[in-house]
Design a protein around this ligand. Sequence first.
Ligand SMILES: Nc1ncnc2c1ncn2[C@@H]1O[C@H](COP(=O)(O)OP(=O)(O)OP(=O)(O)O)[C@@H](O)[C@H]1O
Length: 217
Amino acid sequence: MPTTPYDRPALLEAHGLAFARNEEPIFGPLDFALHAGEVVLIEGDNGAGKTTLLRVLSGLLAPSSGVVRLNGEPLTLARLSPQVALLSHQAGLKPELTALENLRFAAGLHGLRPGMSPISALAGVGMDGYVDVPTRQLSAGQKKRVALARVLLAPVGLWLLDEPYANLDLDGIKLVNRLLENHANRGGAALITSHGAYAYTSGTPRRIPLRSQQGDT
Ligand SMILES: Nc1ncnc2c1ncn2[C@@H]1O[C@H](COP(=O)(O)OP(=O)(O)OP(=O)(O)O)[C@@H](O)[C@H]1O
């Protein structure tokens, strides 16, 4: 019998996942699973809890209740870094290093996706003309592209991308959609947040709507 991604443990699963701050609910409880080949979009207005959810899913914040599993195993920071590439609001680049040096540094820490090099990852995001430029001299959108190149370079199946479209021009938005589509087609999976304006549209992604709970009665 042919196997499908659904026969294997999900790359990422959340069960009864909720987060509260000072007893104020931020999101949840949420139940979802992300399988190989899927892109799932977390949608919500400003303050709805999208970044908080990604920080919980990446082990940076502990949930108030519920569990997160990576490839069927409980999430731990030790399991996270070899399996997950994170893109957060801050590009996370070292400003004194060039774009290329930043990617070489990342490759030294996390390794390389087969067939990919720091130069080819920069070319893949349209930044091959900026390899020798210190990243402090780059615009916000250019920094975002270098940060996306770092995601592209990482030899991992799961991408957690917080606002990948922010600061990008129209070409950059199409680029993110193309990167997501290619990643899903080669068996990867991605969870992305967006306000919805530039949502990934290929293959009708599943959506997890978040709604601000603060002030609810
Ligand atoms: N460090 C913090 N301390 C206290 N409250 C916080 C903190 N970070 C976020 N919040 C609150 O948690 C709620 C969810 O914030 P979060 O950043 O997750 O929303 P978001 O959906 O990502 O918003 P945006 O679309 O504006 O980026 C908001 O009400 C916010 O004010």
